[in-house]
Write a protein that binds this ligand. Structure first.
Ligand SMILES: [Mg+2]
Length: 191
């Protein structure tokens, strides 16, 4: 079968990693409880920053956010390795911009994600992901972002939200831990 995955906040814990960097950089000590209640994908509100200030800080830390030691979510690497061993096809579809495509792929490889270079798509808007996903004929796709998930409802594939505080309003199947993926496959898409 063909499995498609978003990367940031689906396979790797990017926002939370950035949240810790923000605390360090701003010399604040905002608790993780605040983070876990955020209803926005952006994290600047938790630090009392405007959208503009938030964007500025995010961009100034981008190198560190993307390429230092952001952890994969628990069991993400092992689960994808197992899919690979079982002979499934794994696709990555990220909205990270073109300039970061190659490096992101290398970073994922360095973190033991199973990667085939021609199965890696990047440099698209959220609204363009749907076209890539449709063209690939995926059986399953996983993403965290409402703006993406909302575009996929008419496609004939199993779409799952990676559960987060900012996508719980969506009434679609969700995956909380990557350990659940095996059950999802066995159940033919139901959990
Ligand atoms: Mg994402």
């Amino acid at each position: 079968m063909k499995f498609g995955f978003d990367i940031d906040d689906t396979l790797i814990n990017l926002r939370e990693y950035a949240f810790h960097l923000y605390n360090k950089k701003l010399k604040q000590d905002v608790s993780l409880d605040v983070f876990n209640e955020l209803k926005t994908l952006e994290i600047h509100e938790a630090f009392g920053l405007s959208k503009e200030e938030g964007n500025k800080l995010w961009n100034s830390l981008l190198e560190e956010i993307y390429y230092s030691s952001c952890p994969p979510f628990p069991h993400a690497v092992e689960t994808l390795q197992e899919l690979d061993r079982q002979g499934h096809e794994i696709y990555y579809i990220t909205a990270r911009v073109k300039e970061h495509g190659e490096r992101t792929m290398k970073w994922l490889k360095g973190n033991d994600f199973p990667i085939q270079e021609d199965h890696f798509y990047y440099g698209m808007d959220d609204t363009e992901k749907v076209h890539v996903i449709e063209k690939l004929g995926l059986d399953y796709y996983f993403d965290d972002k409402p703006a993406v998930l909302e575009t996929l409802s008419n496609l004939k594939l199993q779409v799952f939200a990676k559960d987060t505080s900012y996508n719980r309003h969506l009434k679609i199947p969700r995956i909380t831990s990557w350990l659940e993926l095996n059950q999802i496959i066995k159940g033919g898409g139901r959990i």
